[in-house]
Design a protein around this ligand. Structure first.
Ligand code: 7PM
Length: 275
């Protein structure tokens, strides 16, 4: 099995590590250390040296209550980073909800569109359909401003799965083949700790949706609630969560701490099949 990701054909035989690079002044989890494109690029190069397979570049925080970013500003933050990384042969994903930015990012060489609204916005499917890029379709209940106020489900695993099945079907109808589709239950996006734990426990049920399966748990609030630690102190908990996600079927883990995650996965791989 593989993921067609722009000009890259990524094997899903072994877990892939997606390194997070935020170009935002208010990113909760990395202290806004990469507020300008040059710093973000340096951080991306470090994550690549640590063994990242894909770099996810984001210019708009989706943090609960975060302020929306104008297209101009988001463009100024992410396009230079995408261009430079794509030119060095790196598979780059862009974390955005704006169809216009999706088009410009693809023009700049992005290989994946990571949209926390699963291409549900007007013109989002069209922006990516007739291109070679991969898409990450994520589940979110509500919107970033209010999603953590009172998340509620009858059956979180069933409901998230149904939603993602619908978005996969919509993407396929728009002409996006299965081997370009990544699904993601959206840990922390309109979910309590118990919802997140149920999803992590049953992650395997999302593999039958067809595409690759991505899990993003790195430094998230649920890990803070479980350990009592601040975002920058959540490395160990994040590594444990990434490992459990892979054990339960994730093909791709989206992480801040690439080196630590890589080490854990090396041990996991060796136990699994001696490689
Ligand atoms: C506050 C809350 C700030 C959450 C930042 C975040 C995901 C994502 C993000 C994910 C996919 C973060 C998140 N999380 N995209 N973008 N899956 N596909 O921790 O879980 O960076 S933003």
């Amino acid at each position: 099995m593989h993921l067609q990701c722009g000009r890259f054909k990524l094997s899903l035989e072994r877990p892939l590590v997606m390194g997070v690079v935020n170009v935002t002044p208010d990113s909760f989890s990395d202290g806004g250390l990469h507020a300008d494109p040059q710093q973000a690029l340096a951080h991306a190069r470090r994550l690549l040296a640590e063994g990242a397979d894909i770099i996810d570049v984001g210019g708009e925080s989706t943090r609960p209550g975060a302020i929306a970013v104008a297209l101009d500003e988001e463009r100024r933050r992410v396009l230079p980073v995408i261009e430079a990384l794509a030119a060095s042969g790196v598979p780059v994903s862009v974390d955005t909800r704006k169809p216009q930015l999706m088009r410009e990012a693809i023009g700049a060489g992005a290989a994946m569109i990571n949209d926390v609204t699963a291409l549900s916005g007007p013109a989002a499917l069209e922006a990516v359909a007739r291109t070679p890029v991969a898409v990450c379709l994520m589940h979110m209940q509500g919107d970033p401003g209010t999603m953590q106020a009172n998340p509620s489900y009858r059956d979180v695993v069933l409901e998230v799965r149904e939603y993602l099945a619908g978005r996969v079907a919509a993407a396929e109808r728009a002409g996006i083949a299965r081997d370009r589709i990544v699904v993601d239950p959206g840990f922390g996006f309109g979910k309590t700790v118990d919802h997140n734990l149920a999803l992590l426990r049953s992650l395997g049920k999302f593999r039958s949706l067809g595409g690759a399966l991505l899990a993003g748990l790195s430094r998230k609030a649920m890990l803070g609630k479980l350990t009592g630690r601040e975002p920058l102190e959540r490395v160990h908990a994040s590594v444990a969560a990434a490992l459990l996600a892979v054990q339960n079927g994730a093909h791709i883990v989206r992480v801040h701490d690439v080196a630590a995650t890589r080490d854990a996965l090396a041990v996991w791989l060796a136990v699994k099949d001696g490689k």
